[in-house]
Design a protein around this ligand. Structure first.
Ligand code: NDP
Length: 273
């Protein structure tokens, strides 16, 4: 069954489930992404800093899936911020991916201390206008960074990719995204495995005859998030893709809402970079 899609603020459609490849070694990426594409993923999330854009490109080329049915995201690394740097970094990513365009290009972190993200954003707006990426967005942007981008450039990011899982539900950012028309994309959607043996999650999973990972991914879809789980294990890759044929009920959703602890598994965007 194909994955549901969300419509971005420029009418581009993005699959709600994507395959994340952080920490997948470049040498294994073609095989692992190949598995993901075979079991039904149509969206892949990489980044220049992951060092595996070539592997992603190889998998795309070998898959036989028409390019216009795929959604490829990559990201600009922190040391490449600035207008000219960003344009150059984009060209290098595209070359490594072996593609003519990407579907989504993101600023990976705001790095607010260096204060180059607004100029960087203007470069992404140019890439969008030139048709080199179908959509542009940001990652790890806090409310004040989003407000500044919109205030100074009038270009609203299509997506903000942030750490989000039942232990860190990000109510403030999700509300601002809804107000501005930004899609919320969840990184570390499974909290890197940290919540898979939580008693509440395992109980809900048993009730639905599903795995804990499937319950958490289904929660993301019902919240309206994009989620990009990573796995190198073929069975888990398949399992994480099979979340479209069941639904959590209101009680499940209310119980999971109670798990928010504001607990990060990754770096703090206010200080990272
Ligand atoms: P995830 O929440 O996706 O968890 C991945 C971990 O969970 C791995 O250890 C994996 O192990 C395990 N796992 C996956 N599926 C299952 C399952 N069904 N059952 C049991 N264990 C499972 O965390 P990530 O940090 O990898 O985040 C996902 C993606 O988000 C990244 O790949 C990247 O694309 C993106 N990301 C973006 C960031 C940003 O700053 N923009 C920061 C961090 C991540 P195994 O592989 O052995 O199955």
């Amino acid at each position: 069954m194909s994955h549901p899609t969300l419509t971005l603020n420029n009418d581009v459609r993005m699959p709600q489930l994507g395959f994340g490849v952080w920490q997948v070694p470049d040498g294994r990426t073609a095989e692992v992404v190949g598995t993901a594409l075979r079991v039904g993923y149509r969206s892949v999330d990489t980044a220049a800093v992951y060092g595996n854009e070539r592997g992603v490109g190889d998998a795309v080329a070998a898959s036989g899936v028409p390019r216009n049915e795929l959604f490829v995201t990559t990201k600009l690394w922190n040391d490449q911020q600035g207008y000219d740097n960003a344009l150059r970094a984009f060209d290098a990513s595209l070359e490594r991916l072996g593609l003519d365009y990407v579907d989504l290009y993101l600023i990976h972190w705001p790095v607010a201390a260096r204060d180059r993200y607004v100029d960087t954003w203007r470069a992404l707006a140019k890439l969008l206008a030139d048709g080199r990426t179908r959509a542009i967005g940001v990652s790890n942007f806090q409310p004040e960074h989003l407000r500044r981008l919109v205030g100074e450039t009038d270009v609203v990011p299509a997506v903000n990719q942030i750490e989000l899982h039942p232990g860190l539900q990000q109510p403030e950012l999700r509300a601002l995204h809804a107000e501005l028309g930004i899609v919320t994309e969840a990184w570390s959607p499974l909290a890197r495995g940290g919540l898979l043996d939580h008693p509440l999650i395992t109980r809900i999973a048993r009730r639905h005859g599903r795995t804990p990972a499937q319950v958490i991914l289904r929660w993301h879809l019902q919240l309206g998030n994009v989620a990009i789980p990573k796995s190198v294990d073929p069975e888990r890759i398949q399992q994480n893709a099979d979340v479209v044929d069941f639904a959590l009920d209101d009680t499940d959703l209310a119980e999971i809402a109670g798990l928010d602890r504001g607990a990060r598994v990754g770096p703090d965007p206010d200080t990272f970079g």
